[in-house]
Design a binder for this molecule. Sequence first.
Ligand SMILES: Cc1ncc(COP(=O)(O)O)c(C=O)c1O
Length: 443
Amino acid sequence: MNKRAEELSASLEQAAFWMPFTANRQFKKAPRLLARAEGMYYWTPEGRQVLDGTAGLWCVNAGHCRPKIVEAVRRQVAQMDYAPPFQMGHPIAFEFAERLARIAPPGFKRVFFTNSGSESADTALKIALAYHRARGDGGRYRLIGRERGYHGVNFGGMAVGGITANRKVFGPGVAGVDHIRHTHDPARNAFSRGQPRHGAEFADELERLCALHDPATVAAVIVEPVAGSAGVLVPPLGYLERLREICTRHGILLIFDEVITGFGRLGQPFASQRFGVMPDLFTAAKGITNATVPMGAVFIKDSIYDAFMHGAEGIELFHGYTYSGHPLACAAGIATLQTYEEEGLLTRVSKIEKHWEEAAHALKGAPHVIDIRNIGLMAAIELEPRPGQPGKRAYEVFVKAFEAGVLIRVTGDIIALSPPLIVEPAQIERIFECARSVLAATP
Ligand SMILES: Cc1ncc(COP(=O)(O)O)c(C=O)c1O
């Protein structure tokens, strides 16, 4: 262990760092630290190797510390560390946006840069509201999200999000927001492989909300094509198509939050391409720079961008961030796209998805397992909660797996798995074998 890590471990109980989405007191008594990473692995400060079953936080799609990306960031920071993005430009931001537009579905030639998934969600919602206003349809102010949706932690994303714990202590939030129901239906769909068969009709809830509120007041609907943070909820067959149809019929913009599903996780660059359903705007972050430098983006349909470019000359959208299109993020992003392209990573999952699915579903019958679901290189193993102790069992599984050398992720009583897209078959076996033995050892 290096000296700094040793000191850290010894002093964590009094640490200044208030850790995000973490049980701070619990963690600081028994810390789990990561000090180094390469390819499919992390190493702890003591030098113990840990297989990354989660691509960090669904974000390190090409694996860790990829040389091309590291080198690009190193070069850029020495050449130009920062440049203001308001009324000034720098070539690398234009170049990166151009390259992103090339892998986006046709008709999405415009990219707005942010610094995170949360900012991307809020940016997309604001563009949707401003778009209707730009077209003289400013009566559309309502935003509709979905139960169990996650769109980050800023006020807009929190408001349309549907995870109770993330909302309940933060006040009334944004006015004019409503939610359709989630798509999880274990009674009919447990142990589905890929898209579940039942539940396209859950999209009709949108029709119900339109009838309630008057569709002419609804600006946008935002959903994750596959809900990630709430535990890999795969859209039922026909569901996204039906949402699209209802939105189109009522002039409502459909926003896909592709912060997790973007950049190859489902075997295509974006989930819209996998499902063959096109939104009007979609968000991205995480894999956009392979998580090397924080960044997010909103992809905008041409007709939406064009609607802003007609009025009097001047700033068309009063929105943006000091670090929108940050030079280091753009350098990391370009090198990330090059890495994805050279190694075929944006489509590799389509080749390994079957193997992944088999390995995941082989856990059927393991202790506590009540559902397994998967799509692309994502899988969830849902556990029976311990009576009166929701989340406890899965948390113990998570800690034991880490001790056994595999990083998994848990949300409530659901284990979520999403390794880097470079994962090899033997590593897939190791992830699920570890899950199996840890489940067997967990009461
Ligand atoms: C679908 C989705 N949207 C938004 C976010 C928020 O991203 P960030 O943590 O970068 O703000 C996440 C993060 O997991 C996400 O999964």
